[in-house]
Design a protein around this ligand. Structure first.
Ligand code: NAD
Length: 300
């Protein structure tokens, strides 16, 4: 008589991903992914890969990508200063990544490496959740850096009549406006920050994409009291979640949107790209709130 075949116990699905960038040690993205993976019964490992800024050039990133794939990574998140430099090394770009010319998520799909930008999709879905399909007149984006570029790309696709990108470096703002190109449903232009008081007085809403509001950059890049009474204020800074700007805006009776939705959305979208499994966004939001609160309670 033949013995019944022995059944191997099923091991949980395993996922290995990482975050490549400078100073990525304190990032909250790894615990967000690992907590979400655990919720889905996965064995989910998320490593940080800290690089020297001098190693953000394509000749250094190419062997890093090759090694990560050879070591069995399913994908990588990418942050400053490698988001643009990694683009020419990839086989394919998702539409948002192609438009912004920067990638924050790479999925290894067999031999192919596919680049996505979940900062664009993360801000876009947070904006839609906050403002629905409202139509907007003039929207001012303050800050034309790395995150500002992703935000501008998402705003460009929304029902906004006029988009003005303002930065202390007016040339950077103008270059970003040119990169977006002519808008089907409205206009886009760059401006210096000296124009801000006049722009804000006529705006439907404003987005802060400068570092002002972070613990290391206290204060506000502009005064929300200059906005009309029915305007809204969005901040993408989320550590802390209640920035000086949002507190001041609420004191003026303005509607606000915090940076938490973008931070959660970029992580949830990347999780789905890496795993093909739908993320539990409500649970990820609670996790991120807890992580930010824990960090504030013990900053070390
Ligand atoms: P960055 O340094 O690349 O760009 C900041 C830009 O702001 C620069 O162009 C700078 O000239 C401009 N700026 C600074 N002070 C200004 C002022 N007073 N008026 C007008 N422009 C001013 O930084 P980044 O990578 O774009 O990130 C900006 C902030 O966005 C970070 O500090 C971070 O807190 C936040 N962020 C949030 C998320 C999220 O998921 N919510 C993601 C990325 C970054």
């Amino acid at each position: 008589m033949n013995a019944a075949p022995t059944r191997l116990p099923r091991s949980p699905r395993s996922i290995l991903v990482g975050l490549v960038g400078q100073g990525v040690g304190p990032s909250l993205t790894p615990p967000m992914h690992e907590l979400e993976g655990a919720r889905h019964g996965m064995s989910y490992v998320y490593r940080t890969i800290d690089i020297d800024p001098a190693h953000a050039a394509p000749e250094h990133l190419r062997p890093l990508l090759r090694s990560a794939r050879a070591l069995g990574f399913d994908g990588l998140n990418v942050t400053h200063p490698a988001k643009q430099a990694i683009v020419p090394l990839l086989d394919e770009l998702a539409p948002g990544a192609a438009r912004v010319g920067a990638v924050n998520t790479v999925r290894f799909a067999g031999e192919r490496m596919i680049g996505h930008n979940t900062d664009v999709t993360g801000f876009g879905s947070a904006f839609d959740a906050a403002f629905g399909d409202e139509e907007h007149g003039l929207v001012v984006l303050v800050g034309a850096g790395g995150a500002g570029s992703a935000v501008a790309t998402a705003l460009d696709e929304r029902r906004i009549a006029d988009l003005v990108i303002a930065d202390v470096d007016a040339g950077r703002a103008e270059a970003l406006a040119r990169q977006l190109g002519p808008r089907a449903g409205g206009s886009v232009r760059g401006a210096g920050s000296a124009e801000l008081p006049r722009l804000l007085a006529a705006a439907s809403g404003v987005v802060n994409a400068t570092p002002f509001g972070m613990a290391a950059h206290p204060g506000m890049a502009f005064d929300p009291a200059r906005l009309p009474a029915d305007a809204w204020v969005a901040d993408i800074v989320y550590r802390p979640t209640d920035t000086a700007l949002l507190i001041a805006a609420r004191a003026c009776g303005l509607r606000t949107m915090s940076g938490l939705g973008m931070a959660m959305g970029q992580a949830a979208d990347a999780f789905e790209i890496f795993t093909g499994v739908r993320a539990d966004r409500a649970a990820m939001t609670r996790d991120l709130q807890d992580l930010v609160a824990a960090e504030a309670a013990s900053p070390a």
